[in-house]
Write a protein that binds this ligand. Structure first.
Ligand code: SAH
Length: 217
C-alpha cells in the first residue's frame, strides 16, 4: 500500500475510534479521497492530521472529523442530489461525490479564486463531474432545485430561507448555527410533509457565510 493511502487509512481509524465515523460508506469515502490533493503544497505534510488547514483568502479546509460528522448526519445514498455551500478546496465535495456520484454534486463558492482552485483540485482527483458555481450560496441554486441533501461549510446567522425552500420533501440539511460570536452548533434540519424539524448536535467553528442571507462582508 502506498504511504498516502496508509495515512488516509490511519486517519479513518482514528475517526472511527472517536465515534465520528460509524457507517461503512462514510469510512470508504474518507479512505477514497486523498486529502493531500486538496491542501496547498506547504501543508502537504499535515494533510492527514485531523485539523483545519489554511487554503488562502483567509479560508480553511475543514478538519476531517467535521467532514465526517456532516457526512454521517446527512445519511447520503447513491443518486441523491446534493448542494454544498462553500466549496473551498473542493475536498468535502469530493467526499460527498464518492457516495452520491460526482454528477449529483453541486457546490457554490463566493470567492472566484477558491472556486478555480476547487475545480482544479476536483479535476486532478478525478471528480471533474462535480459542478462548481461562483456565487452567493445563501440564495441556493433555484434552477437546479430541489435537492435531497444540503450542507453549509460556513456559519449562517440563521437557516437561509431560500435553502429551506429548495430542500426536497423528505430531505436533510446540515447547518452550523451560532451559539455565540465564534462557536456554532451543527444543526440537522429535516423537512417532512412540509414541516421543518431541527435537531442540534456538537459544537463547531466555521468561517462566516457572507451574502444576502448570511453575514455582511
Ligand atoms: N468545504 C470546504 C471548506 C470551505 S471553508 C473544503 O472542503 O475545503 C468555507 C467556504 O465558504 C470559504 O471558501 C468561503 O469563501 C465560502 N463562503 C462564504 N460565504 C459564502 C457564500 N455566501 N456562498 C458561497 N460560499 C461562501
Amino acid at each position: 500500500m502506498q504511504e498516502e493511502q496508509q495515512s488516509a487509512e490511519r486517519l479513518v481509524e482514528k475517526l472511527r475510534t472517536e465515534g465520528n465515523v460509524y457507517s461503512s460508506n462514510v469510512a470508504a469515502a474518507l479512505r477514497g479521497v486523498l486529502r493531500e490533493k486538496f491542501v496547498p503544497e506547504s501543508a502537504r505534510d499535515r494533510a492527514y492530521n485531523d485539523v483545519p488547514l489554511d487554503i488562502g483568502e483567509g479560508q480553511t479546509i475543514s478538519a476531517p472529523h467535521v467532514v465526517a460528522d456532516i457526512t454521517e448526519l446527512l445519511e447520503l445514498k447513491e443518486g441523491q442530489r446534493v448542494l454544498e455551500i462553500g466549496a473551498g478546496s473542493g475536498y468535502h465535495a469530493a467526499v460527498t461525490a464518492e457516495i452520491v456520484g460526482a454528477k449529483n454534486v453541486f457546490t457554490i463558492e463566493r470567492l472566484p479564486s477558491l472556486a478555480r482552485m476547487a475545480r482544479r483540485n476536483l479535476a486532478q482527483a478525478g471528480y471533474d463531474e462535480v459542478t462548481v458555481i461562483v456565487g452567493d450560496g445563501s440564495r441556493g441554486l433555484p434552477d437546479r432545485s430541489p435537492f435531497d441533501r444540503m450542507y453549509l461549510t460556513c456559519a449562517a446567522p440563521d437557516i437561509p430561507e431560500p435553502l429551506l425552500e429548495q430542500l426536497a420533501d423528505g430531505g436533510r440539511m446540515v447547518v452550523p448555527v451560532p451559539i455565540d460570536d465564534e462557536i456554532q452548533r451543527l444543526t440537522l434540519v429535516e423537512k417532512r410533509d412540509g414541516r421543518v424539524e431541527q435537531v442540534p448536535y456538537g459544537a463547531v467553528q466555521f468561517v462566516p457565510l457572507v451574502g444576502e442571507h448570511g453575514f455582511e462582508a
